[in-house]
Write a protein that binds this ligand. Structure first.
Ligand SMILES: [Zn+2]
Length: 179
């Protein structure tokens, strides 16, 4: 989707329910898109630097949530050639041109285009939704506990069945096991 649509959807789905303002800004320094959320008031006396991301965010009262590349082509800082990034995956890339020159230029990169998957990702990792995540974890843990308990009970039942004749004294001529 287009950047404007993306930020609209993000604001509606993640921002509005808990009163957070999101904005999308192109970083002049890193040539990336910055997804930022408002954390305070703008500082009129803040630094006038409009190039460094930290200075811009400090002046505007925003903090960084995520950063994404504008396209799937990443320019290798070693040689200037482009590396094609696989979408929606965080992985390791080695610039093949640098590699052939005997230089190790390894990058760990992820390319998330503006799509539903990115919104879902942000939704999942939003600290404000921690209680939802904790609840999922609690349900999962309860299931694991129940299945372990069931497995133990099965073991106990199996042992009891095996020794049932001896334990309850069922008369059986073949049951001669000492217990
Ligand atoms: Zn390179």
């Amino acid at each position: 989707m287009r950047p404007e649509t993306f930020i609209d959807v993000l604001q509606r789905r993640l921002g509005d329910p808990i009163g957070i303002s999101y904005r999308l800004r192109q970083s002049p320094m890193r040539k990336t898109w910055c997804i930022e959320q408002r954390v305070g008031n703008a500082n009129p006396d803040g630094p006038e630097d409009r190039y460094h991301d930290d200075a811009i965010r400090a002046a505007d009262g925003y903090s960084l949530v995520a950063e994404t590349y504008p396209s799937s082509k990443f320019k290798c800082p070693g040689c200037g050639f482009f590396i094609e990034l696989a979408p929606l995956k965080f992985k390791e890339y080695q610039c093949s041109y640098c590699y052939s020159r005997g230089e190790k230029n390894l990058f760990f990169l992820a390319y998330y285009p503006f799509c539903d998957k990115l919104i879902e990702h942000l939704e999942r990792t939003s600290p404000k939704r921690n209680h939802v995540w904790m609840e999922e974890q609690r349900v999962k843990n309860a299931q694991v506990r129940a299945s372990r308990q069931r497995a133990k009970m099965n073991d106990i039942e199996a042992i009891l069945k095996e020794h049932a004749g001896g334990v309850v004294g069922v008369a059986s001529t073949t049951d001669v096991r000492p217990w």
